[in-house]
Design a protein around this ligand. Structure first.
Ligand code: SF4
Ligand code: SF4
Length: 312
């Protein structure tokens, strides 16, 4: 291996961990051939539901070199957001763990900015590139797998052997050579817990998610009504859904994160069902400041609350 690339990789890894990222890997920038076939099939089946943006800029999604001129390598980071075990809320309504605290985009981008300054001042003066946290057509899970940070589980999430799947993924595409990791062996084995537990049958086959049926999609990205076919199946979820990850044995031993920004907000902990149901627009605006739940909007949250509360 190129000794300079290896040395750069060591420095970047060390700094990224020091900045608070939980895991770091590297992968050469190139065409994602195998993943592209799978993705195109998934789109053709209409499993992306109303997320039209997933069908746009496919060429960039398949080849990160098109996102950054002269791209040679990608630094992939994982940020653990596994919450503390004793998290308890007053309400029966549930929100996904990724939305417990501050908007993760802001947290990760702040760290990436510092990492980029470090790379340019201490690793390679000619280094340049861009970083992404859900902000461009990047196949983040595919890149993380190629970087050796885990495998794609049957629930379609990235699973890291130590951190589990409650991880945020970020990427930095750079114009310098870095070492490249190799994929880990898939370790779901004969387990089918996630497929068996999904309340709406959205995992239509191992590794295949139909977003049209997924509570995460229905409660966040979906802009329309929630179809009657899901009445009584939402299991109390008003923003996202963690069922297929909660049942995954790889998450049972994952260590809780120590990032204060990701701690369950006190308001979310204390709100009762009655307070959720009587939430007005002004209160939602206050409650969702700096929080991922802002994504569904006030109307979205009200729709979800009313649908989840339906008896039939
Ligand atoms: S997030 Fe929930 S609804 Fe979606 S696939 Fe997982 S268990 Fe099923
Ligand atoms: S629950 Fe089982 S099958 Fe599903 S992702 Fe986890 S290990 Fe794989």
């Amino acid at each position: 291996m190129d000794l300079i690339a290896e040395h750069r990789g060591k420095l970047i890894r060390q700094k990224a961990l020091e900045l608070g990222f939980d895991e770091v890997g590297f992968v050469n920038a190139g065409f994602l051939d195998k993943e592209s076939v799978f993705y195109q099939e998934w789109l053709q089946q209409g499993f992306h539901a109303g997320m039209d943006y997933m069908g746009r800029n496919i060429e960039k999604r398949e080849d990160p070199r098109l996102l950054v001129e002269g791209a040679k390598s990608i630094v992939v980071v994982l940020q653990n957001y596994t919450p503390a075990r004793d998290v308890d809320t007053a309400a029966s309504f549930k929100i996904s763990k990724y939305a417990y605290g501050r908007d993760y985009h802001k947290v990760l981008k702040g760290r990436f900015k510092k990492l980029m300054s470090y790379i340019q001042s201490e690793v390679a003066a000619d280094a340049d590139g861009r970083f992404f946290v859900d902000s461009a057509p990047v196949s983040e899970r595919s890149l993380a797998v190629r970087a050796g940070l885990g495998w794609r589980g049957k629930n379609t999430n990235l699973i890291h052997p130590r951190l589990g799947s409650f991880v945020f993924i970020g990427e930095m595409i750079l114009n310098i050579e870095l070492p490249s990791g190799s994929p880990l062996k898939e370790a779901c084995g004969g387990c089918t817990r996630c497929l068996d537990a999904c309340p709406t049958g959205a995992l239509v086959a191992p590794y295949k998610l139909d977003a049209n049926k997924c509570i995460s999609y229905l409660t966040i990205e979906n802009k329309g009504e929630i179809s009657d076919e899901f009445a009584g199946q939402m299991d109390g979820w008003i923003f996202g859904c963690d069922v297929c990850q909660d049942v995954c044995p790889w998450n049972w031993k994952a260590r809780p994160n120590k990032v204060p920004d990701f701690k369950l907000r006190q308001e979310f902990k204390e709100m009762t069902d009655g307070q959720w149901l009587s939430l007005d627009e002004e209160a939602f605006d206050e409650l969702s400041k700096g929080s991922p739940i802002r994504r569904s909007g006030y109307e979205g949250i009200k729709r979800n609350l009313s649908f989840v509360s339906r008896k039939t």
